[in-house]
Structure formats: structure tokens, C-alpha cells
Ligand binder design. Structure first.
Ligand SMILES: Nc1ncnc2c1ncn2[C@@H]1O[C@H](COP(=O)(O)OP(=O)(O)O)[C@@H](O)[C@H]1O
Ligand SMILES: [Mg+2]
Length: 425
């Protein structure tokens, strides 16, 4: 038993997005250890023990697990953020249920995952990993413009963008390499179409499909998620085709246990997969919109697996059918002076959560990746049009007063009226 008699669960990452997971771990009766490099991480208050450590520090986590496993009676590890490798390595070192480290590495490295899929015939845009600008130019010659240049092992769109001409390659290549641990970048065929986020949990050879949400993007040439709608109301046939590709993609990577989250796009040649980390989704999808729209509890289901229990299918059964939307509010970049209307908006019908991550005095940076977002509104209603109405009402009510920094308009990278003022697509 843990120091206070409970089984211990390590939750890797304690940021604001991990608060629902930390609450769930507590609700399961665990002694909760949370790790995060930020000693002020918002989730630390919910942990019994804090481990101040970079969530990508695999060695550090393994060392901690070896040294503390007996003391806390560590029973499982859970990926709060994009940290499948850290979790797999802890599980391997401590003899806990998890996926092999090499599978986690494949799921966390776009170069490795794409090579597998291209080898196995899983539909995905063609791409090559490149280490030098000369190589990137060479690959670009085989890819039609516009193309994607992407970091290989980052998340939240960091270091990824579309390029429309070869002139844009050097800057895009440098930005992608700068946030890739390997210092490399992917040059990738760009495909167009409706996007989805798909969540699945794999247990004893079976894929348990948890959620399929629509994703809306803005701020081109960057890919910023401006909203997701959970569940998607796309037709069943399309959803089945998407799930078939998701299942094949997980099998190709060797993910045979626990969660996998797929970014999917429906192209004129059918569904294609963009990436698949071996974890549950971030972005308040597994945390809020799926539980709100269906009553499913994917985090609890995955934590119980991590603790060595069998899959509790009752946690993945829909208990009701509503629609939940998580939409961003995008104040213009600059120094934030004041935020008003939040209390009023939170009392609006159907508004389930308002999450704001900047305080007055802090700076709102241009929206070049998803980590720059600072305000999310989550609504739930009986159907999608009503959920949008609630989102739009909240967007009208919450006001950000910003002192505009001397930022050129071209740096805003997106039609602010599409996002700040409340339209969604
Ligand atoms: N090949 C592509 N074609 C079109 N859009 C893409 C492509 N690759 C990425 N994107 C866009 O960029 C977003 C982020 O890319 P993704 O591969 O999912 O990386 P990340 O790990 O940063 O989420 C996608 O959700 C999509 O909107
Ligand atoms: Mg993605």
C-alpha cells in the first residue's frame, strides 16, 4: 500500500488539462503522484506527492520509479499529456501494465509512425523525415505545393505549418527542427478535408471505440484548433471507414493495450491518418466533452487498466446522447489588461466550463501553435445547433481587453473576426 495505505498511481503531467485526470485518480482511491517540471503546476494541489521533473525526462522518471516503487507501492502510470514514452518506460522498469517502450516511441515520433503506415499500406499523407535543408528541398520536389513541414516529436502543432512556396521552406524547416528532439523535420504531402479526433482503447485484441469528434481549424498557415464538436454527426458509413483506418493504424504501430488517439482527415480519397499517440486526447476532449456528451468516462477506464484491472466496459457505454462543443476564444495578441464577463458567461445555460490560462499583465502571443491558446468555453446541449448557440452567447459575453503590442497584422496569422467574434467555421 502507499504511504497512507492506498495503491499509488503516477500521473505524468500536472498542467491545467490534467486536472480532470488527477481528480479521477483521487476518486479511484489512489495515492496520487503527479510529475511536472513546473513547481507551480495547477494540478499539483490535487496530488499527494509532487515530482518536479520534465515530463519528457524518461531517465529521471525511470530512476524515480525504481527508487520509490516499493515505498509508495506503485501500481500504475498514466499519460496525462503527450508522454507515452515516459509512461511506457516507467511501466517497463517497474513491472506495471503498459505498452513496450519501442511501441510508445513509434507512437510519439511522426517519422517512425509514418514509415510504418506507409510500409503497411495504412492511408496517410506521404512524407519523409529530413535532417538538412538540402534534404528537405529534395523531398519537397516530390510533394505538390502547398505542403506541410512538421516537427517529428512535438505536439499541439508546435513547429508545424503549411508552406505555399519553396521560399517558405528554410524558415519552416528551421522552426520544425528547433522543437524536434531529433533536430529533424517532416516534409509532408498536404491533404485537404474535414478533420476528426478519434479515441480508442485497446484491450485483449479488441478496439473499444470511445469517441469521434469533428475538429475545426483556423489561423492558416498554422493549424490551430478553434473548436471541436463531440460527437461528430457525420454519417455512420463514414464513421465506420474512419474507425477501420484507426484500428489498422494502431495494429501497424503495435499498440495492443490501452489508449490511442488518432488525428484523422477525410480526403477525396477517403480517410487518412495524420498521427496516433498512445494516450488519451488532450484539448478537453477525453477530459470534458466526451463525458458531457455521453456520460462515458474514458480517463477512469484507462486508469483502471493502468492499475492492472480488466477493462470496465460500463465506463465506455453511452449513458445519454447530447452534443458538447469545446471552442476557443482568441483575443488579439498583446498585453492582457482585463477579462470581463466570465462569471456571467459561466451562468449561461449549457455552459459547463470556462478555462482561461492567462492573467492580466501577461502576454498573449500570436497564434502560431495550439499552446498559444488561452481561453476555452465548453458547452453541452441536446443537439449541435443549440450547443453552438450557447458557445456564441458565451463568446459575446466574455471580453478580453488587450493593449496591442507592436505586432504587425501579418503576424496575427488568422482572420480574428472568425475566431474572436464567435463564428465557428
Ligand atoms: N498532411 C497534412 N495535410 C493537411 N493538414 C495537415 C497535415 N498534417 C498536419 N495537418 C494539420 O496540422 C494539424 C497538426 O498536425 P499533427 O500531425 O496532428 O501534429 P500535432 O502533433 O502537432 O498535433 C492537424 O490536425 C492538421 O490540421
Ligand atoms: Mg495532432
Amino acid at each position: 500500500m502507499g504511504p497512507d495505505g492506498r495503491p499509488a498511481l503516477l500521473v505524468v503531467s500536472a498542467g491545467i488539462m490534467q486536472i480532470p485526470a488527477l481528480k479521477t485518480a483521487r476518486a479511484l482511491g489512489c495515492y496520487v503522484i503527479a510529475s511536472d517540471r513546473n513547481p507551480e503546476a495547477a494540478g499539483f494541489d490535487l496530488a499527494n506527492e509532487r515530482l518536479v521533473m520534465d515530463v519528457k525526462d524518461v531517465e529521471g522518471h525511470v530512476r524515480w520509479a525504481r527508487e520509490n516503487k516499493e515505498r509508495v507501492n506503485l501500481r500504475g502510470a498514466f499519460a496525462g499529456a503527450d508522454v507515452a514514452i515516459t509512461v511506457a518506460a516507467v511501466c517497463a522498469a517497474a513491472g506495471l501494465p503498459g505498452i513496450p517502450v519501442e511501441v510508445a516511441e513509434r507512437s510519439n515520433h511522426k517519422g517512425k509512425m509514418k514509415r510504418r503506415w506507409l510500409r503497411d499500406g495504412v492511408p496517410t499523407p506521404w512524407s519523409e523525415e529530413t535532417a538538412t535543408l538540402a534534404e528537405a528541398r529534395c523531398v519537397l520536389a516530390h510533394v505538390a505545393l502547398p505542403a506541410m513541414v512538421k516537427a517529428v516529436d512535438s505536439a499541439a502543432s508546435r513547429g508545424s505549418r503549411m508552406i505555399r512556396s519553396e521560399d517558405e521552406l528554410p524558415a519552416a524547416f528551421a522552426a520544425a527542427c528547433a522543437v524536434s528532439r531529433s533536430g529533424t523535420a517532416l516534409v509532408e504531402q498536404r491533404v485537404a478535408g474535414r478533420e476528426y479526433s478519434v479515441e480508442t482503447i485497446i484491450w485483449k485484441g479488441k478496439h473499444h471505440h470511445v469517441s469521434l469528434a469533428d475538429r475545426h481549424f483556423g489561423f492558416s498557415p498554422y493549424a490551430i484548433e478553434i473548436a471541436h464538436v463531440d460527437p461528430s454527426h457525420d454519417n455512420d458509413k463514414r464513421q465506420r471507414r474512419i474507425y477501420e483506418v484507426v484500428d489498422a493504424a494502431a495494429e501497424s504501430l503495435g499498440i495492443d493495450f490501452g489508449p490511442a488517439k488518432a488525428d484523422m482527415i477525410w480526403t477525396d480519397r477517403g480517410p487518412m491518418i495524420l498521427e496516433m499517440p498512445a494516450r488519451l486526447s488532450g484539448g478537453f476532449h477525453s477530459q470534458h466533452t466526451t463525458p458531457l456528451s455521453t456520460g462515458k468516462e474514458p480517463i477512469k477506464a484507462v486508469m483502471k487498466l493502468a492499475l492492472g484491472e480488466p477493462l470496465d466496459q460500463s465506463l465506455l457505454a453511452a449513458r445519454w446522447q447530447r452534443t458538447s462543443i469545446c471552442a476557443g476564444i482568441f483575443p488579439p495578441p498583446g498585453v492582457l489588461l482585463a477579462i470581463t464577463g466570465v462569471d456571467e458567461a459561466s451562468r449561461l445555460p449549457g455552459i459547463a466550463e470556462i478555462i482561461i490560462t492567462r492573467k492580466p499583465g501577461e502576454t498573449i502571443e500570436p497564434y502560431v501553435d495550439n499552446a498559444k491558446r488561452c481561453c476555452w468555453v465548453i458547452a453541452v446541449a441536446d443537439d449541435e445547433p443549440h450547443a453552438w448557440e450557447q458557445i456564441d452567447e458565451a463568446r459575446r459575453t466574455i471580453r478580453f481587453e488587450v493593449a496591442h503590442a507592436p505586432i504587425a497584422c501579418s503576424q496575427l496569422h488568422g482572420p480574428l473576426d472568425r475566431t474572436a467574434q464567435g463564428s465557428r467555421r
